[in-house]
Structures are given as C-alpha cells and as structure tokens.
Design a protein around this ligand. Structure first.
Ligand SMILES: NC(=O)c1ccc[n+]([C@@H]2O[C@H](COP(=O)([O-])OP(=O)(O)OC[C@H]3O[C@@H](n4cnc5c(N)ncnc54)[C@H](O)[C@@H]3O)[C@@H](O)[C@H]2O)c1
Length: 357
C-alpha cells in the first residue's frame, strides 16, 4: 500500500514531543510537508525530514501537496480555521486539543467534517493509555454499577506554560488552565462516565500568579515559548461544577500555579458498586469492604503497568479509522460539548451565575 501523504502545521513542542515518533514509525503514512510561520522551525524540520517541502502558509501547503492527512499542532485559535480548510480540501484531519477556542468555531469544524465526509479527530491522549482502556472496560462490564458523581483536576504548584506567549494570551489560547488542562481531565471523566449530556455549569476563575517569579516544578509545563513582558490575560486557576442530563455531576479544578503540596492530576469516579481514582496513568479501586485499599486482582503488584504512549495510541487509532474504517472513539459532537462546558464556565465566572447549556 502506498503511504498516505501527511502535512504538518506547527513544528513546535507537541509535534516534536508527541507526534513525530508515530509519523516516523508508522508504515501507513509519511510526512511530505511541514508548515510553520517561524522559518527557524522550518530549518529544523528540513534537517530532520530532508525530503519534505516546507511552507509558511498552510493554505499554500494544502493547495500544493495533494495531502491525504493534515496534522494540526498550532496554537489553539488556529485549530478550527486550519481544520476547516483541510477538510474542505479533501484531507483527513487530526488536530491537537482543545478542539477550538469557542463553540462557533467547533461547530464550523463539524460542518466542514460533514461537508467533506473525511475523518476529523482531536487529540484525547489520556483515553489511549492502557490504564484508561482497562478502567473503561471494567465500567462497561458493569463493575462500577451506576457512576453518579466524580471529581477531576490537574492542579500544579508552579507550572505556567510559555508565560507571556500564546498560552497566556486569551485571544490565541481561549483561556488558561481550564481550557489547557481541563480538556484533558474533563474528557477522561466524561469518557469513563459514557459521555453524558452536560446541562449546566457554575465556575470561578482567578489570576494570582501572573507576576510570580518562582521556577516551574512541573515537567508538564515546558510547552510554548516565554515572551518577556508579554500578555497574561487568562486565569491561572479555575474551579467548577458540571451537571448532566442523567443526574450525574462532576467537580473540577485546574491550576497552573497554586500554593499546594505538589502537582496532582486525577479523575475520581464514584459508582454504586465501586469507585476509582485514576492518577497519571495508574488507577486504584475502592469499595465499602476494603475501604480505600488498592484491589490487586487486575494489577501487577499494587499498580497497573500499562502502555504509556497515549498520544501515539491516539494517532495510531486515527490512522486505523482512516485506513481500515475502524470505529472512531471520538466524534466532533463530543468536542462541541467540551467547548460548550469550558466556555460556559468562563461565562459563569464572569457573571457569578449558573449557566444553562
Ligand atoms: N496533547 C497534549 O498533551 C498537548 C501538550 C501540549 C500542547 N498541546 C497542544 O498543542 C498545540 C501546540 O502547542 P505547543 O506546546 O506545541 O506550542 P508551540 O508554541 O511550541 O508550537 C506551536 C507551533 O506552531 C507554529 N505556528 C503558530 N501559528 C501558526 C500558523 N498560523 N501556521 C503555522 N504554524 C504556526 C509556531 O511557530 C510554533 O512552532 C496547542 O494547541 C496545545 O494546546 C497538547
């Protein structure tokens, strides 16, 4: 089979850290072109992939290269316009999270996907960890009973990505840790809960660390380039509460910086038969008899040893959908619901009121 032609938009941190490896090793596709507005990044791309063509304009790349796939790794505000252009020009499209920076932009992606009939998937790397797949199967097998509530968060002590650059500029990122980290953990919670329909939210946001000079202690905060004296008009902490049509609820908290013991990243689920806490790729099961003790039936020792390359797993799943017609585990309606939740929490934080979706 001839390899599918891939064009990458955005040769920055996440592409080099988490996409490149899959494109280099898959037998199904190969990178033939890279677009970045920064010529220095294109020089690096050319060194690494000598046979590619490089572009500073994604439209020119798509118009010229007869691509099968576009992989979008740009700042958030460019996801929707690039995805719509790629889909409208016949390309299957894989896009980094978050889906979009507002609901209208996410809806435009859905419309372009429907017009084109091509595959559109947005990165949901946590779903593709071995631990998540195993927990999901246990839930599907009915081991948890009814999951009626949960909590999730990614709370950093110090870990603001690219301070002053696009990450901390609302017009380019759509927001702070709520949209940056929330999309990961809320998605995993909803995925485990069976993607219930959100009906209302309430939330608060704070910005207290824009002038903080402490060094980051988070290995997860090395994304985005810092800009001295740049913009910081997003929150650094968000809390909230989401209610769903089926009566379930979810408490959330996300921060890039806060005075806490240490960074935590978790999804906690409460079911009528069992509860679970997922933490950084492992999970622990709880029930009434063995109060809060780790159940080791499905574990090696006390912890599950699982596949840890969630990003690669997600990209390989996308390729299976494109080449073999595998059933996609993500559909853009889930992305629209996600962006509705996040934007409504920002609205609630501004108005002080509960927002109906
Ligand atoms: N899934 C994850 O775990 C994860 C982790 C980090 C970042 N991300 C997401 O990945 C995306 C990129 O983040 P990053 O950390 O790599 O940022 P980055 O700033 O390191 O890289 C972005 C790249 O896009 C380029 N770019 C900007 N505008 C462009 C345009 N219009 N056309 C072409 N290129 C353009 C920049 O020059 C830069 O090289 C963001 O959406 C972010 O939310 C995902």
């Amino acid at each position: 089979m001839e390899k599918l032609r891939v064009g990458v938009v955005g040769f920055g941190g996440i592409f080099n850290g988490a996409h490149k490896g899959t494109w280099k090793t898959t037998t199904k596709a190969q990178i033939v072109a890279v677009c970045d507005i920064n010529p220095e990044k294109l020089k690096k791309a050319k060194l690494e992939f000598p046979s590619i063509n490089t572009y500073t304009d994604y439209k020119e790349m798509i118009d010229t290269e007869h691509l099968d796939i576009v992989d979008i790794c740009t700042p958030n505000y460019m996801h929707s316009p690039i995805a719509c252009y790629a889909l409208d020009n016949g390309c299957h499209t894989f896009c980094e999270k978050p889906d979009a920076v507002d609901v209208e932009a996410a809806i435009r992606m859905k419309e372009a996907q429907e017009r084109s009939g091509k595959v559109l998937m947005v990165m949901r790397n946590n779903r593709h960890l071995g631990s998540s797949q195993m927990l999901k199967k246990m839930i599907a097998d009915g081991e948890f009973g009814e999951i009626y509530t949960g909590r999730c968060g990614w709370i950093r002590k110090r870990g603001i990505p690219g301070k002053g650059g696009w990450f901390t500029t609302k017009a380019q990122s759509g927001g702070g840790p709520l949209i940056d980290l929330g999309v990961h953990m809320i998605d995993l919670a909803l995925y485990m809960m069976g993607n219930p329909k959100p009906v209302s939210v309430v939330g608060s946001t704070y910005c207290k660390f824009a002038n903080d000079e402490e060094e980051s202690d988070s290995v997860h905060a090395n994304f985005g380039e810092k800009v001295e004296g740049g913009t910081f008009d997003v929150e650094d902490l968000a809390t909230g509460f989401i209610k769903f049509e089926n009566g379930a609820s979810l408490q959330i908290e996300f921060s890039w910086a806060s005075n806490i013991e240490r960074e935590t990243r978790f999804v906690e689920l409460r079911g009528t038969k069992k509860g679970a806490k997922w933490e950084r790729g492992t999970f622990t099961l709880y029930d009434g008899k063995k109060n809060c003790k780790i159940k080791d039936l499905l574990f090696r020792g006390k912890q599950l040893v699982s596949s840890v390359d969630g990003h690669g797993g997600n990209l390989r799943h996308f390729l299976d959908v494109v080449t073999e017609g595998a059933k996609p585990d993500y559909v853009i309606d889930q992305g629209i619901d996600m962006i509705k939740i996040l934007c409504a929490i920002y609205e609630s934080a501004k108005t002080g009121k509960e927002v109906q979706l």
